[in-house]
Design a protein around this ligand. Structure first.
Ligand SMILES: Cc1ncc(COP(=O)(O)O)c(C=O)c1O
Length: 408
């Protein structure tokens, strides 16, 4: 060491990771579970996962996989060949997307697919259009990749859907990509076929890449149908990455299997990245996912019927609370009410100034956990999951209504 070189004080954490907020949705869910375990009467609306067990035939496939020596060892970073084939076949079956196993990268949950998609596509300063409310992980994944999330605000009156005009308003020369999530977490909005086509054509015309998250594809209700961007606009295929996984459809959130589908060069580069970070996804979970995808969708249909019943119940109860505005969610398993008109009024002797404040009051006063809109880029709103029992749902929303009656 040179005698002249003084010790340098470095920040302990990198700016990239040190500035990252914890996942608010996981935090709310963990807090509600911890309070419950400590004996408190808490009803958690934070869950972003089905309250069902993984179907037995999938668990049985995992048990068999545990006894298969081939799966005790490293397998290709891109995924088990049979799973990549199953994803390609499933995509043709479920959304009509024609793709090949070579265009599939199996990831540790769809979350890793989101991170890898942005890491592969973005250079520092590249902007990504992000309709708000958005899933809390997207801006972090964009920023970690050096990108800049550009929020495109939407309103309940527009059904929380961004139009092409709104996207165009926020597009600049630095816009590299759009993040599209339909059915949406957190709003439950579902883009119809016309909007999907418009957005797809706009992306082609403007040379904008699209990362489209289809993880809730099967959870659509009423007459609404899922529309997939690269299926509606096949010309988009060369500038589109589809993100999906088994977590929601098969109640497999804990198994950690997702994937991305994209053009060959993107998949190859993302596979290189994964080969240096996490290597292959747990083989037992991959084998379970092969069984899931090659099986039928009957277990999902049972869950969807339960969610639909609870969706109608939660939406009608929330919409009946004075001062609460809540468009009917047509997809995923969340309601996303606006609480703007009940803020700044005294409730239980306190005056919530923000949805964060109100969420804290609800948890402390009546043991109800909601995720405040701050987590989704929309202060003044909240996300409530209806992936919990009918009884808990009715009790929890009644408690919330009783507190807000003070403010109404
Ligand atoms: C919109 C969306 N995309 C991706 C994910 C991540 O799914 P996974 O559990 O497969 O990582 C979630 C999970 O909540 C989600 O809501």
């Amino acid at each position: 060491m040179s005698a002249a070189l003084q010790a340098t004080a470095h920040p302990r954490l990198s700016a990239r990771v040190g500035g990252m907020a914890p996942s608010a949705t996981l935090a709310v869910d963990a807090m509600a579970k911890a309070m419950k375990a400590a004996g408190r009467d808490v009803i958690g609306f934070g869950a972003g996962e089905p309250d069902f067990a993984t179907p037995g035939y999938i668990v049985a496939a995992a048990e068999r996989a545990c006894r298969e020596p081939r799966l005790h060892h490293y397998t290709p970073a891109g995924g088990l060949p049979e799973l990549r084939e199953a994803v390609a076949a499933k995509s043709a079956r479920d959304s009509g997307l024609q793709t090949q196993a070579s265009q599939v990268l199996v990831t540790n949950g769809a979350k890793q697919a989101v991170f890898e998609a942005f890491a592969t596509l973005l250079d520092p300063g590249d902007q990504v259009l992000l309709p708000a409310p958005y899933w809390t992980t997207y801006p972090e994944a964009i920023r970690l990749a050096g990108g800049v999330p550009i929020e495109v605000p939407t309103t309940p009156e527009e059904g929380y859907l961004a139009s092409v005009e709104q996207l165009e308003q926020f597009r600049t020369r630095r816009t590299k990509a759009l993040l599209w999530c339909s059915p949406s977490n957190p709003s439950g909005a579902v883009a119809g076929r016309d909007l999907t086509r418009d957005v797809g054509r706009w992306a082609v015309d403007t040379g904008t890449w699209v990362v489209t998250d289809e993880i809730y594809e099967h959870f659509v209700y009423g007459d609404v149908q899922m529309a997939s961007l690269p299926v509606e606009v096949p010309d988009l295929a060369d500038q589109c990455v589809v993100v999906n996984g088994v977590a929601k459809t098969y109640a497999m959130t804990g198994w950690r299997v997702g994937w991305l589908i994209g053009p060959s060069d993107v998949v190859k580069a993302a596979t290189n990245l994964q080969s240096h970070s996490t290597s292959n996804v747990c083989n037992v979970a991959q084998a379970a996912s092969v069984a899931a995808l090659n099986g039928d969708l009957s277990a999902m249909a049972t869950m969807r019927a339960a969610f639909d019943r609870r969706r109608i119940m939660m939406h009608s109860m929330l919409a009946a609370i004075p001062g609460v505005t809540c468009p009917e969610p047509m997809g995923a398993f969340f309601c996303f009410p606006s609480l703007l008109d009940v803020l700044d009024r005294p409730v239980r002797g306190r005056t919530p100034k923000s949805s964060n404040d109100l969420a804290a009051i609800l948890l402390e006063e009546v043991g109800v956990a909601i995720v405040p809109g701050e987590a989704f880029g929309t202060p003044g709103y909240a996300r409530l999951s209806y992936a919990l029992s009918d009884e808990e749902l009715a009790e929890g929303v009644s408690r919330l209504a009783a507190v807000l009656a003070d403010a109404g």
